[in-house]
Ligand binder design. Structure first.
Ligand code: FMN
Length: 393
């Protein structure tokens, strides 16, 4: 299929599932599975999606919904939708321009974009080429010097907020990656080479742009081989550079050193959330990393009420995990979230077709969100309320 035909197919994509299929048809299996897959039996991945399906609408009718306002708000200023694009590392293995495409699409929709530590575009390169509200997600690296340096670089490059992800003390057990011989940093093997040769267009693009590198990790000291194994002795393809000793005290130090907005992502309990509020965090994201870390964890949507009760309005609480429809965004807001992060929903588009794909993903989510507002009789995104939903038992 020519690039033009592919771009047309992306523009015609009507759902996030259409974009997922486009990514599947474009990428080697190992690369697609890295994005699509999750930890162990992928139960939490399924739980996240199911939790949205179990919430059923009780819409209002006979309201004037000829004009609706889908905008949201974060850190005191308006955003186009109550949505930000969450951090997804390694996007460049799908398409070399994926990070930039996501950031540019986010700017077009006036929503924030969060760059991952393991992105294949550096902090500075992204800030230089992508306008808009940028957040930087820092993994807690075992190389502490590099960890602090990344934060200084994000500050100098003008990023609005720092996001610390806390659900990754060690890497999750990604069974598909293991079977596909997929790891980051990428290493060639017989199996993944045959897989890559099955997608010559993808391979040609990679060769033209140069094989992607996790640019923010260049210069970071790798931990000793022994530290790269989990306590069980079995290595994981992710989380090799991370520091499992990071705790609340160390987070306090981050809070003291980072002068701008601080977001903590990966919270799954009310008591932890309360401690974070006391520590001075500005925004909490309820998340289980899209099921990629602890398999068997509750769906993030199910945890949201406990976290909200514990936080009691002191800081905004956002949620991610399983959002594939604009209606899912609306359900999260109805249950009390101030906003949501997209993960795979926007990633599928960006890795299938960079700019067209990222833009189309946001167009789909935005269109569905607006439609849900109108069909629920809600004129402003802030008006989504708990009583619009009934949980199916
Ligand atoms: C391929 C991939 C890479 C990810 N990389 C990161 C990352 O670097 N940092 C992070 O905090 N979360 C990362 N996540 C988790 C997402 O930010 C988000 O929490 C998750 O994708 C939400 O679930 P969903 O994809 O089902 O919407 C990644 C997720 C995927 C799918």
């Amino acid at each position: 299929m020519s690039e033009r035909l592919r771009a047309n197919a992306i523009r015609r994509a009507y759902t996030i599932e259409d974009l997922r299929q486009a990514a599947k048809n474009t990428l080697p299996k190992g690369v697609f599975d890295f994005y699509d897959g999750a930890a162990e039996d992928e139960d939490t991945l399924k739980n996240n999606a199911l939790a949205f399906k179990k919430q059923l609408w009780r819409p209002h009718v006979l309201r004037d919904v000829s004009k609706v306002d889908p905008s949201g708000e974060v850190f005191g200023s308006k955003i186009g939708l109550p949505l930000a694009i969450g951090p997804t590392g390694g996007a460049g293995f799908g398409h070399p321009l994926a990070d930039l495409a996501l950031a540019k699409a986010a700017a077009q929709f006036n929503i924030p974009y969060c760059l991952s530590t393991s992105a294949t575009t550096s902090i500075e390169r992204l800030a230089e080429h992508a306008p808009g509200r940028l957040w930087f997600q820092a993994y807690v690296l075992s190389d502490q010097v590099h960890f602090w340096k990344l934060q200084e670089r994000a500050l100098s490059a003008g990023y609005e907020a720092l996001m610390i992800t806390v659900d990754l003390a060690v890497g999750g057990k990604r069974v598909k990656d293991h079977h596909n011989h997929f790891s980051l940093p990428f290493r060639f093997s017989d199996r993944n080479l045959i897989d890559m040769l099955s997608r010559p267009r993808w391979l040609f693009r990679m060769m033209r742009h140069g094989f992607p590198v996790m640019e923010n990790l260049v210069g970071a000291n790798a931990p000793k081989a022994s530290a790269m194994k989990s306590l069980s002795g079995l290595g994981s393809s992710v989380g090799k550079n991370y520091d499992p000793s990071f705790d609340f005290d160390r987070l306090k130090e981050v809070r003291e050193r980072w002068p701008k907005k601080l977001i903590v992502k990966g919270v799954q309990r009310g008591d932890d959330a309360a401690k974070l509020v006391e520590l001075g965090v500005d925004l909490i994201v309820v998340s289980n990393h899209g099921g990629r870390q602890l398999d068997g964890a509750q769906a993030s949507l199910e945890v949201l009420p406990e976290v909200l009760a514990s936080v009691a309005g002191r800081v905004p609480v956002w949620v991610d995990g399983g959002i594939r429809h604009g209606g899912d965004m609306a359900k999260a807001l109805s249950l009390g979230a101030s906003g949501v992060l997209s993960g795979r929903a926007t990633l599928y588009g960006a890795v299938a077709a960079a700019h067209e794909g990222a833009h189309q993903a946001l167009s789909i989510l935005s269109d569905e969100f607006l439609r849900t507002m109108q069909l629920c009789g809600v004129c402003r995104a802030k008006e989504f309320q708990r009583d619009l939903l009934q949980k199916q038992i």
